[in-house]
Design a protein. Structure first.
Length: 94
């Protein structure tokens, strides 16, 4: 639950990056507001917490690069096929 509040309430903000990227990158930063998370089950919160812990500090470019290393993306990108939900259980980034 801590990571959900800490990382998952975001608003886009453009920042310039100096780390080998020559263009501005969209970085998502926490917004100071309270959201109603009562619609989420305990399991939903655990999943969101895991995702936020794994990706909360990453840029969209970093997440894209990571996704392109996943077995499911490699298997389906050439033919532009959709990745089945069942293949999400083999994600190595989480």
């Amino acid at each position: 639950m801590d990571n959900l509040n800490k990382f998952c309430i975001f608003a886009p903000k453009l920042k310039n990056r100096d780390d080998n990227e020559r263009r501005s990158t969209e970085i998502f930063e926490p917004v100071s507001r309270e959201d109603d998370i009562s619609v989420f089950s305990d399991d939903d919160i655990k999943i969101l917490d895991t995702v936020c812990s794994s990706f909360g500090s990453k840029t969209s470019c970093e997440i894209s690069r990571m996704s392109h290393e996943e077995k499911a993306w490699i298997a389906h990108h050439t033919n532009h096929e959709r990745i089945l939900f069942s293949e999400a259980f083999s994600i190595k980034a989480i």
